[in-house]
Every structure is written in structure tokens, then in C-alpha cells.
Ligand binder design. Structure first.
Ligand code: ATP
Ligand code: MG
Length: 553
């Protein structure tokens, strides 16, 4: 049901349209161009369109805008469909393709020519641009603008038959070369492309433009509210012009909302492809980019992405969303759901000299600090352990709440240990920290004894080797989308690989899986290759910069 507090301006329009009986049903569509993988911006559009269909008991179609055979690829269609399903949405009926409407669109084009509202222009691309004028200069009519209807029909037929070279002819709407809107200065409706079309079985040499095909496709599908982003505001004029001049009965309406921009990120398929081509990222599912597949590989859940989209809302204001808001969405979820484990990312060996050699002590510990229903696990405590290199310092410092030569710490869930001596190699690197443990301190806090902190550990004998992939921002500026040379702002440490150890309480047969590694963050393991455990860091435990967001819009 419609939730009042979640009413954005589009929902207000819809509620009004239903009340005034402008429409008696609601139908939206999600119209991706299959020229890349979906990203978080598309998730915003998906949540909006499918969300409206859900809230108003309407329908949302999935329609691939496959009007450009140079860009359309079957592999993108497959990934887009599976991403939408992964997000938990179901489109209405069959998958639709603009290419299914090529015949109808062609007939509509003929109709426009017959009404003397469209003509074949034989100017080349440069000339067309030149004749279009500028924001301050009016355009000029093409010398071909006054061809007879008959001649235009013949020329358009020639275009269709592939008798013109690509770029030497196009079909244009006859609107107004003096219009204040550049977009209304005889926009192109059809262009010639000889590339074979991957999705449609028909072979065409002419393809409709977005402006011509989108409004007609919306009308064919009885879409009521055609929602797109603000850069299409001007295109609405053509949208309405075409529907009106073709006397199409069902009149869909276009509304625009602001695009999602995310700090330190690129949300443009074209630019993401540039990152791949330049080998800055591995592929469309690289966990450093905000594609749906990248976020999934990183360990984000569908629900966390949906929550994020809800928090950012739908408005007409252009702004850039803080990356920390996205991180807080997954953190809030995983804090509650992720079982805890211990993993050592920068291992250094600790030998407990007073612990019996070959002895194994079993420690039963909870999987989650506040959810006993998540059960317990057994940690194995042995003489040789690993702790994190950063949890030991040779210098004493009261502000350093970890192990030093004279400051004791507690090993999480286990004993208090104290350093006796350290052993270094010829390069002055510590290779062994020899400690003693106090066997009276298991689960007990001795009175009047200052314990410097609690650190995590794993048993050297009973642990798995693992690789930890730590991801950082891909760009070192907040708004790389504003920069023409965005490749100059790549963060060279966006991926740091660490080799360490993890406690053996990992069910390798139950993957993918997400854990909170105590003190280290949330990690995701997708699958195991050649017995190799590879964990992707989803996010840190706390926002490094500030307090966690709380339902902030
Ligand atoms: P890109 O620049 O990434 O190619 P696009 O707008 O060309 O984006 P389409 O495949 O045409 O991508 O988009 C499908 C739908 O998703 C459109 O309705 C579009 O407005 C919407 N969309 C795309 N990017 C964003 C974004 N950053 N924020 C919100 N909606 C978006
Ligand atoms: Mg596009």
C-alpha cells in the first residue's frame, strides 16, 4: 500500500492522476539500453518504476532500448535481466524490445512523411550540425527540407533498402529550425546503420532514434507515466510532438527526476567501459565500481541497495550522494546478520611459552554478540598463534591500546598475555613474539590489573590461509564525472591484497557467505578456487570519517 511518508513528487502526480481519473490504472517501464551492465543509478530507476507498479497495483514493463545495433549486445541483455531479478523485481509479462516495434515505427514514420511532417535530409552530419545554429543563432533550413512528400517517400524507401551510404541520408521531423529549443530544430528520427542487429531477426539498414522510438513504444505498451532523468527534459517536447502529430490514442506522459551521482564514483556505462578498456578495473563486475554485479561481488545485498535507493529518494535536485550513505546501508544490515569470525590480515607469530606444546584448548564462543540464536562455534587455542602486526609495538604508549613489551592485552575470548621477548631476523623484522599467558584469566578480569586492550588472533595450527582484498575508493576526487580526464584521478591503492589467516570455522560448502571479521570489517567470500579462500572486504566496521548515518536523507 502507498506509504504517505514515502511520497515523492512523482507519486503525488500519480495519486492525483488516479483521483482525477486521468488514468484508471498505472503502468511504468524500465527501458535500459543494452550497452553495458546496470549500475546503482539504474537501481534507483528500477526501484522507482517497479516500486510504483507495486505500490499502485500496476505493472512495470522491461523494455530493452535496442535501437542501436552498434551498441546492443546479447550479453548485456542477459546481465541486465539477471540483475533486475537479483534485486528482487519481476517485470510484467514477457521481456520487450524496441526492435519488436520496428515495423510499426516504420509505418509511423511514413505517416509523418505523408503529413509533410518529416523529410529525408541529404546533408551530411557536419552540415546538419552547422545548419542547426546555436543557442544564440537561429538554424537554417536544409535545402532538402522542401522536397515533395512523394520524393521523401522514395528517398526513405531507398534508405530502407540500404541504397544510401551510412551518414549520407537521414529522416528528420519537420518542426522549426528557429525554435528556441535546439532539440526542436528538425530532430533526426531515423539514421542508416549497416551493422547487423544482434537481437532482432529482421535485417534493417535504418534505425529509429531514441526520440522517435521511445514515445511510440511507451504508447504501444500503454505506459501511463514514462519516468526518466532530467537530461531528457528537453526531449519531452519531441515526445509530446510525435504523439500528438501521429494522433496516437493512448497518451503517455514523461516526467523527469534527478540522476544519481555518487561520490568518488563513475555512473556511466560509457565511462565504465573506458575504465575496463584501460585495464583500470578487471571487468563490469569489479568490486570497486558501483555496478549491480560489482556491488554483489563485493558482498552488498539486494536489500541494502534497495534501502539505499529509498534513503536517497526521488527529487528534481541534482546532488551528489555521499559514499558513506551507501556503506552505512550495508553496515546496518550486516551488523545484525553477519556471524563473527577472527581473521588476521597482517600476521605475526606469537608463541605462548608456558602453554603446553601440542595441547589444544577448546573455547566455545558466540557467533554473534547480541543474537544467541545464531549459535556458537569452537575456537582452538594452541601454543602458536597469529596476531596482527599492527597490534604489537615495541614502544610503550598509554594511548596505544594493544600489546607492547610491557603492556598486557587479552586475546579475544581467551587469556591475558604478556611479552617475554621478541626475535628478529637480520633485517630487524620481528619474526616471533614470545609471550606467557595467565591461565587464571579465561573469562575473568583480574582486579587491579590494567589490561591494555583486547586483540584478535587465530591458531597457527588450526587456521586456513586466506587472501583478503581490501578495496578503497577508485578515484581520489569526489566528483570524477565532472572531469573530462577522469582517468587522471585514479586512486592507485584502490585494491590492496593481504595474505593472512582465518580461523577454521568456515563452512567451505556453504558459500557465498558474509562474515564480520572482528576489528577488521565485513567480508564476503563468493566461492573457493583451488582451495584458495579469497575474501572481499565489503566495508569497514565504522565509517572512518564520521559517525554512522542514521536514516539520513
Ligand atoms: P548510462 O549513462 O550509464 O549509459 P543511461 O541513462 O544511458 O545511463 P539507460 O540504459 O538508457 O542508461 O537507462 C535506463 C534507465 O535508467 C533510464 O530511464 C535512465 O534514465 C535511468 N538511469 C540511468 N542512469 C541513472 C542514474 N545515474 N540515476 C538515475 N537513473 C538513471
Ligand atoms: Mg545511454
Amino acid at each position: 500500500m502507498i506509504k504517505k511518508n514515502k511520497n515523492n513528487f512523482i507519486k503525488k502526480i500519480i495519486t492525483h492522476d488516479l483521483k482525477t481519473k486521468k488514468f484508471t490504472y498505472i503502468k511504468t517501464r524500465f527501458p535500459p539500453e543494452p550497452n553495458g551492465y546496470l549500475h546503482l543509478g539504474h537501481a534507483k530507476a528500477i526501484c522507482l518504476n517497479f516500486g510504483i507498479a507495486r505500490d499502485y497495483q500496476g505493472h512495470c514493463n522491461l523494455r530493452f532500448d535496442d535501437t542501436n545495433p552498434d551498441k546492443t549486445k546479447i550479453k548485456y541483455i542477459k546481465s541486465i535481466k539477471s540483475d533486475i531479478q537479483w534485486l528482487g523485481f519481476k517485470w510484467n509479462g514477457k521481456t520487450r524490445y524496441t526492435s519488436e516495434y520496428f515495423e510499426i515505427l516504420y509505418e509511423y514514420a511514413i505517416q509523418l512523411i505523408n503529413k509533410n511532417l518529416a523529410y529525408v535530409d541529404l546533408l551530411d552530419k557536419t552540415k546538419i550540425r552547422e545548419y542547426r545554429g546555436t543557442l544564440t543563432l537561429p538554424g537554417k533550413n536544409s535545402p532538402y527540407r522542401n522536397h515533395t512528400i512523394q520524393k521523401n517517400i522514395i528517398l526513405f524507401e531507398k534508405m530502407k533498402k540500404g541504397q544510401f551510404k551510412s551518414g549520407s541520408a537521414c529522416l528528420r521531423a519537420k518542426i522549426d529550425m528557429n525554435s528556441n529549443s535546439m532539440i526542436m530544430r528538425d530532430p533526426v528520427l531515423y539514421r542508416i546503420i549497416f551493422t547487423p542487429h544482434e537481437t532482432s531477426k529482421n535485417s534493417w539498414y535504418i534505425y529509429p532514434t531514441y526520440d522517435f522510438s521511445h514515445c511510440i513504444s511507451d504508447a504501444i505498451e500503454n505506459i501511463t507515466h514514462s519516468l526518466c532523468t532530467l537530461e531528457f527534459s528537453d526531449n519531452r517536447k519531441i515526445y509530446d510532438w510525435i504523439i500528438k502529430n501521429l494522433n496516437i490514442k493512448h497518451v503517455p506522459h514523461q516526467y523527469e527526476y534527478s540522476r544519481l551521482h555518487l561520490e568518488y564514483s563513475i555512473l556511466s556505462k560509457r565511462k565504465l567501459q573506458i575504465l575496463i578498456n584501460n585495464k583500470i578495473i578487471e571487468n563490469w563486475d569489479d568490486p570497486r565500481i558501483p555496478t549491480i554485479s560489482g556491488l554483489r561481488k563485493r558482498g552488498y545485498t539486494a536489500q541494502s541497495i534497495i534501502n539505499f535507493c529509498e534513503k536517497i529518494g526521488i527529487t528534481k535536485q541534482e546532488n551528489i550522494i555521499e559514499l558513506s550513505l551507501l556503506e552505512s546501508c550495508i553496515r546496518q544490515e550486516l551488523n545484525n546478520t553477519a556471524p563473527r569470525r577472527m581473521a588476521v590480515l597482517n600476521p605475526i607469530k606469537v608463541v605462548i611459552i608456558n602453554f603446553p606444546i601440542n595441547h589444544v584448548e577448546k573455547l566455545i564462543v558466540p557467533n554473534h554478540p547480541t543474537r544467541p540464536e545464531l549459535g556458537t562455534r569452537t575456537l582452538l587455542f594452541t601454543q602458536e598463534l597469529y596476531i596482527d602486526r599492527n597490534d604489537f609495538s615495541e614502544k610503550d604508549n598509554p594511548n596505544y591500546k594493544r600489546l607492547t613489551l610491557h603492556q598486557e592485552v587479552r586475546l579475544r575470548y581467551a587469556y591475558i598475555i604478556k611479552v617475554q621477548k621478541i626475535e628478529k631476523d637480520s633485517n630487524d623484522n620481528i619474526i616471533n613474539i614470545f609471550c606467557t599467558y595467565d591461565n587464571s584469566t579465561l573469562g575473568k578480569q583480574p582486579k587491579n590489573r590494567i589490561i591494555n586492550g583486547v586483540i584478535h588472533w587465530v591458531s597457527l595450527t588450526y587456521s586456513y590461509t586466506a587472501e583478503f582484498r581490501i578495496y578503497n575508493k577508485l578515484f581520489n576526487i569526489k566528483n570524477p564525472e565532472n572531469e573530462k580526464k577522469f582517468l587522471n584521478y585514479i586512486n592507485t591503492t584502490s585494491l590492496i591484497i593481504k595474505k593472512g589467516f582465518i580461523e577454521s570455522n568456515i563452512n567451505k560448502n556453504n558459500l557465498p557467505c558474509t562474515y564480520q571479521f572482528e576489528r577488521e570489517g565485513y567480508f564476503y567470500i563468493e566461492s573457493i578456487k583451488d582451495n584458495n579462500l579469497i575474501f572481499n572486504q565489503i566495508t569497514t566496521l565504522k565509517d572512518k570519517n564520521k559517525n554512522d548515518h542514521n536514516h539520513k536523507k
